[in-house]
Design a protein around this ligand. Structure first.
Ligand code: NCD
Ligand code: ZN
Length: 357
């Protein structure tokens, strides 16, 4: 990684190894066609989430979905979609073996049933998925977890911390060799849990959880475009996440959780959870790392630690960002609908100037 500065403390140019996004929602059909170029313009690879309707539960479905993603890419793009399977209570050890053998599926995603968008087919009781978990531990296929309990008796802001103790800690005791990524962590408790766990446990961190706290949900009125799951937390948690992401630990790496929903689906009496960030998918992280005074650590977080966790080679080629402010549009095209991106109508300090596709 190279940083160029015009004067001390004013970096103007960042040269990264081409980065990867290890948590991305691309959807399907017209929505896929509308968003995939944003990720492909910045990232060499992405781990694509399987929460379609119906969900991607077999290797065969994952391979077919991957083909649809490749077909939707701009001409000449070499973006490589890495696939995940959606864990259900009936996922068999044989299906896990097929996934591992495919070379296309690199992870399995746990959605507690009812926890988030399209999670109804997910797992109610993780003990029902023991055969699949045992096969994953044996074959070294990582489990990506949406780490929230769905218990209505648990406060929505506490659901991640409770999940770690109630569900994940016992699962790791039963399967000490299971490799786990706690996805989109949002709390100090999650940082501590992941840091204290063995080297097979890591976490992804989103740009919104590094840049925003829960005040952003209510600033001047209700802000549906800042609503995602797990929901934004207090400032002390944002600070803990920023420290974790920028301290140089290989356990914390980039996973944007960019999750597009139409404007109509978000601006509703019961709006969908999910924030679209792929239009500025690396630029937002550059801003967060600069805020923390840690731009020199961005390359490891964005381009190295995730690949190492998944046993993938580092990408060839580079991506260059320059300090060149640009305005984020109020809305983007999204099939027949519109998509309101993170920071809509606002300004981004960093721009991709080279190496994007
Ligand atoms: C995601 C989505 O819309 O698919 N939403 C979100 O708020 N993050 C699902 C998820 O990752 O929880
Ligand atoms: Zn997600």
């Amino acid at each position: 990684m190279r940083l160029s500065q015009a004067k001390p403390n004013a970096v103007t140019r960042i040269t990264l190894t081409r980065p990867d996004d290890f948590h991305l929602h691309l959807r399907d059909g017209a929505a896929l066609a509308a968003v995939v170029a944003d990720s492909a313009a910045r990232f060499a690879r992405a781990l694509v989430m399987p929460n379609l309707k119906p969900p991607v539960v077999t290797t065969e479905q994952a391979i077919a979905y991957r083909e649809r993603i490749l077909a939707a890419l701009p001409a000449g793009s070499d973006f490589n979609p890495l696939m995940s399977l959606y864990l259900t209570e009936t996922t068999s050890a044989e299906e896990i073996a097929r996934a591992k053998e495919s070379g296309v599926v690199i992870a399995v995603k746990l959605y507690p049933a009812g926890a988030t968008t399209n999670s109804d087919a997910g797992v109610r009781d993780l003990l029902s998925a023991e055969a699949a978990l045992a096969a994953m531990a044996e074959l070294g296929l990582p489990l990506c977890v949406h780490g929230e309990v769905v218990d209505s008796a648990v406060d929505v802001f506490d659901r991640e911390a409770v999940f770690l103790q109630r569900v994940l800690a016992p699962a790791l005791e039963r399967h000490p060799n299971l490799r786990v990524v706690v996805e989109h962590i949002t709390t100090r408790e999650a940082v501590r849990f992941v840091a204290a766990a063995g080297s097979g446990v890591a976490a992804t961190v989103t740009p919104q959880h590094l840049l925003l706290n829960r005040n952003a949900l209510f600033s001047g009125g209700l802000r549906p475009h800042h609503y995602c799951l797990p929901v934004l937390k207090r400032e002390l948690h944002r600070e803990a996440l920023l420290l974790a992401a920028t301290q140089g630990s290989p356990k914390f790496f980039l996973g944007s959780d960019s999750a597009p929903h139409s404007r109509q689906a978000k601006e509703s009496a019961c709006g969908c959870a999910g924030i679209y960030s792929a239009h500025a998918g690396i630029e937002l992280y550059a801003e967060a790392f600069e805020l923390a005074g840690a731009l020199e650590r961005l390359d490891d977080f964005a381009s190295r630690f995730g690949a190492e966790f998944y046993g993938l080679p580092r990408n060839q080629g580079q991506l260059v960002l320059e300090r060149q402010p640009w305005s984020v549009p109020e809305a983007l095209a999204f099939g027949d609908e519109r998509l309101v991106p993170l920071r809509a109508g606002g300004e981004m300090p960093w721009r991709v100037v080279e190496g994007g596709q």
